[in-house]
Design a protein around this ligand. Structure first.
Ligand code: ACO
Length: 367
């Protein structure tokens, strides 16, 4: 049975930075409160030309470069997001088209902030089954478009960004070692975007009542998060036959420093074993774990052969953890330039649209 190795990684963050002081100009809050209660100093906010797909594509191209993999070699694209560009088509399909990943199947996965762990696990399982050789797993969010900028309980927390991993099959042991996924829909109302789905389609009144923005019971989500972070980590370790002492790093969902500190206490581990960058990005939901991972790898913190656990929680409610051994890129020949495929992908996309248009005209004439 092949192993699923993480062989490429990349991240993207919009250029626009919003500091706590900037938020204090919009709602009744201040830098000290936000820093002390959450650990967040600033977050990135999508500009007019940033979308969930474009951030995802930028992160993906970097990941493909690291792995030295052509977009045309990808078998499967999973985009984890709670802020898709449309109800449908899937954002994963927009990314597939922009990358020029011509043979890939593509779908979105929604498990909120736990989404990247779910998606990585699904990609790894597809590789382990032998049906897929190369998968691209993306976590991408433009949460700022769904934040109620009048609600100080939520608008201080969230930011935008994307992270992507390339997963490849290899006979060499390592890569994704185990994963656990959990859910409890009875807590769905604790963190929700109430309208815009089939339950409450958009009407004048849903817009007027602000039901298209994130609503959260912060205290309850906090309580739930502190309960599950350590237990999910231990479960994933147990499934991999590992102990806490065997792992070098914990990469937690970057929601609130106090939640991460509670997880550290629960696992009896010092904070320096936790990868933390929420001070600069805030909570980017499903993108937070890959963004934290990419920064840590690029800083040389996470090294080949080290074992780690990614652990997250989020709306749903969902939670989960994934244990992995970090191996880095597989040996490969030549030098791939994924951005060239992106340029060609644009041309290909235009040509396909033109052909579809002409075929449509001919088809209508035949009727
Ligand atoms: N600035 C200043 N004061 C504030 C702010 C603010 N931004 N927000 C709340 N307060 C006030 C409250 O009104 C309250 O005042 P009161 O005592 O006079 O009523 C006081 O500060 C304390 O409020 P709490 O809600 O008790 O603050 P708490 O310490 O719980 O922190 C927070 C709130 C940061 C939201 C915290 O509960 C939290 O992080 N919860 C988890 C949220 C989370 O992680 N969500 C993401 C889940 S992942 C996903 O799926 C997207």
């Amino acid at each position: 049975m092949p192993y699923a190795h993480i062989t490429g990684w990349g991240m993207a963050a919009p250029e626009g930075v919003m500091t706590n002081d900037d938020i204090a100009k919009i709602v009744d809050t201040n830098d000290q409160w936000i820093r002390e209660r959450t650990g967040i100093r600033e977050r990135r906010i999508a500009g007019a030309s940033d979308f969930t797909s474009t951030l995802g594509v930028e992160a993906s191209i970097k990941a493909l470069k690291v792995a030295n993999v052509r977009p045309t070699d990808i078998d499967l694209i999973i985009c984890s997001t709670s802020t898709p560009e449309y109800m449908f088509p899937a954002t994963a399909c927009l990314i597939q088209d922009q990358l020029g990943a011509t043979k890939a199947g593509a779908f979105d996965l929604l498990a909120a902030c736990t989404g990247f762990i779910y998606a990585l696990n699904m990609g790894a399982q597809a590789i382990r089954s032998g049906s897929v050789k190369t998968a691209l797993i993306i976590g991408s969010e433009t949460l700022s478009r769904f934040v109620n900028w009048k609600d100080r309980n939520t608008c201080i927390l969230f930011g935008d960004g994307a992270g992507a991993f390339v997963l490849q099959a290899s006979e060499r042991p390592g890569g994704v070692l185990s994963a656990v996924m959990h859910s409890d829909g009875s807590g769905g109302d604790l963190l929700t975007l109430p309208a815009g789905g089939s339950h409450a389609p958009a009407t004048e009144s849903t817009v007027h009542e602000g039901l298209h923005c994130i609503r959260m019971d912060g205290k309850e989500v906090f309580r739930f998060a502190t309960r599950v972070m350590a237990s999910a980590t231990l479960e994933a370790l147990d499934a991999a036959g590992l102990k806490v002492e065997d792992i070098k790093w914990i990469v937690p969902h970057q929601a609130n420093i106090r939640i991460i500190e509670a997880a550290a206490r629960g696992l009896k581990l010092p904070m320096d074993r936790f990868i933390v960058n929420l001070d600069r990005y805030g909570n980017t939901s499903t993108a937070s774990i890959p963004i934290a991972m990419v920064e840590a790898i690029e800083k040389g913190q996470i090294k080949e052969g080290e074992k780690l656990v990614m652990v997250g929680f989020g709306a749903g409610l969902t939670w989960g953890a994934l244990a992995a051994e970090w191996t880095g890129p597989l040996p490969s020949k030549g030098h791939v330039r994924p951005e060239q495929y992106r340029r060609l992908g644009r041309v290909r996309s235009l040509v396909r649209r033109a052909i579809r248009f002409i075929e449509g005209l001919l088809y209508r004439r035949e009727l």
